[in-house]
Write a new protein. Structure first.
Length: 171
């Protein structure tokens, strides 16, 4: 299994695999901005938007792949305002349901954090559904809960659930 950052030019051959990964996450109950069932064309449109943000220079994308299959991904959105050039947001940490419990999410996050440090991004933020398994991962990686926002994210059942905002100050 390898983890690597993709450039905008490298992204097109991966769009279908990334779209299927997003579908797997959403249809499995992940709170990543979409509700199940997620149509493949909607998932592709999302990734085209990621490509546009990468082209603009304010988003980085990593993939984890094994034998040509995408198993996971994570993004880093770089703040672009003059007072926030030390910040970035972790976005869309996704691991395929068949590849979970192998430490892949942790490896993706550690790779992202190393690049954030290299870019002098010392404050990372992210949010996740309160009570989701991802909360334990982020806590294990040293992220601190800043607070919960009630009724923030609609889930597949239609209910509004709280989201927790986390941050990490990188050394």
């Amino acid at each position: 299994m390898t983890i690597r950052m993709l450039s905008t030019a490298e992204l097109p051959p991966y769009l279908n695999g990334l779209a299927h990964l997003l579908q797997d996450a959403v249809d499995g109950g992940a709170s990543v901005g979409y509700l199940p069932p997620l149509a493949l064309d909607v998932a592709r449109q999302f990734w085209q938007g990621v490509a546009d943000a990468m082209q603009a220079g304010n988003r980085l994308l990593w993939i984890a792949e094994e034998a040509g299959t995408i198993l996971g991904t994570v993004q880093l959105d770089l703040a672009t305002k003059p007072n926030g050039l030390h910040r970035a947001e972790v976005a869309k940490l996704l691991v395929h349901s068949h590849a979970r419990r192998r430490g892949l999410a942790q490896q993706l996050m550690q790779t992202l954090e190393a690049e954030a440090r290299r870019l002098h991004r010392t404050t990372l933020v992210l949010d996740t559904l309160q009570g989701a398994p991802s909360e334990l991962l982020y806590q294990k990686l040293g992220y601190t809960a800043a607070g919960a926002i009630p009724a923030f994210a609609r889930v597949g059942s239609g209910a509004l659930e709280p989201t927790v905002v986390y941050y990490k100050l990188l050394a």
